[in-house]
Design a binder for this molecule. Structure first.
Ligand code: CDT
Length: 315
């Protein structure tokens, strides 16, 4: 039974071959068609190696445009998708369905009523759209800060999404998060309280952290630290997938990885470019932890944690 009290549906053993489809840089001038072609190549490579679920990075269809203050609305809108799939992205959806491979893909979403989100779509093996997760923790700043060598204007371009949900998919309970979300324990715990067994996370992480460059040498350590802790403390698999390498002059962390519910990295990228990393994910391993040391029903004391949600947000 899941931690949320639901019996799991599906067949046993509950194993799924998952691919972390890491990407190297996407240039400002790259077209959607060029990027989609790369995604399809990664998808086929993953399928050839047995993958049933392929996880792509955050904002995978474009360069990481929040590094610039873009005042030209036409140019800015060019980074956003009004429809997904749309004409340029349909070939990826078609090929995935033909191969019987599901995927998660990060993209910039603009809704019909003009809201903008940093979104990740999750698609099942038969082409069904499972969910569109909208990033909750939107980092960076909303005004251009000229002292920075490069900007991180996510807070200018995106509003926070409504929250974390799990979905019955790929034979288990799947949750989604995006980049900065992975640094926050609440992300995993809210998913964990819903019984999550597999958390999918795309990221773009500049290694140079301008507010405190002393953290730069720890970028890789922090990446693994937070995802491994989230995995272990909630008894869940975690898949972290980078768009890494030097993109438009900014060096971003690669180190895509797949982490077990014991908090062990079972597969890790060895390059900063387009690379597929595969692991056999046994969802039942989650229950080694969910029914013992992290048996929430038995051991959690939510009334002692009230401050986490009741404390007002500081100004
Ligand atoms: N994309 C994203 O969320 N990146 C942030 C960068 C640090 S905050 C400026 C991250 O948490 O990796």
């Amino acid at each position: 039974m899941s931690a949320s009290g639901r019996w799991l549906s599906g067949t046993f053993p509950r194993e799924v071959v998952v691919a972390a489809a890491q990407m190297g840089p996407v240039a400002r001038g790259d077209t959607r068609a060029e990027v989609v072609e790369r995604l399809i190549t990664l998808l086929r490579t993953a399928h050839d190696r047995g993958a049933e679920l392929v996880v792509f990075p955050e904002l995978a269809l474009t360069t990481f445009f929040p590094r610039w203050a873009i005042d030209d609305v036409v140019e800015l809108d060019g980074y956003f998708e009004t429809h997904l799939p749309g004409p340029a992205t349909q070939p990826l959806f078609d090929e995935a369905k033909r191969l019987g491979v599901g995927f998660q893909l990060g993209y910039a979403e603009i809704t019909p009523d003009g809201h903008r989100y940093n979104t990740a779509i999750l698609v099942e093996r038969d082409g069904t759209v499972v969910s569109r997760y909208r990033k909750v923790h939107v980092p960076g700043h909303d005004q251009e800060e000229p002292w920075r060598a490069f900007q991180h204007l996510e807070r200018r371009y995106f509003e926070p999404g409504p929250g974390f949900q799990v979905h019955e998919a790929f034979g288990g309970l799947v949750g989604q998060a995006t980049c900065n979300d992975r640094r926050w324990p609440e992300t995993y715990r809210v998913l964990g309280l819903q019984g999550v067994e597999l958390v999918l996370i795309g990221y773009n992480t500049p290694i140079h952290y301008l507010p405190d460059p002393g953290q730069d040498r720890l970028a890789g350590h922090h990446n693994t630290l937070v995802m491994a802790a989230g995995a272990y403390q909630n008894g869940t698999w975690v898949v972290g997938v980078a768009k890494g390498g030097v993109e438009e002059g900014v060096w971003s962390l690669a180190e895509s990885q797949i982490i077990s519910p014991g908090g062990e990295v079972v597969a890790r990228a060895i390059t900063e470019g387009d690379e597929v990393v595969i692991a056999l994910v046994d969802l039942d391993r989650c229950w080694d932890y969910k029914r013992t040391v992290f048996n929430f029903a038995q051991y959690r004391l939510p009334d002692r944690y009230r401050m986490i949600t009741e404390e007002p947000k500081p100004d």
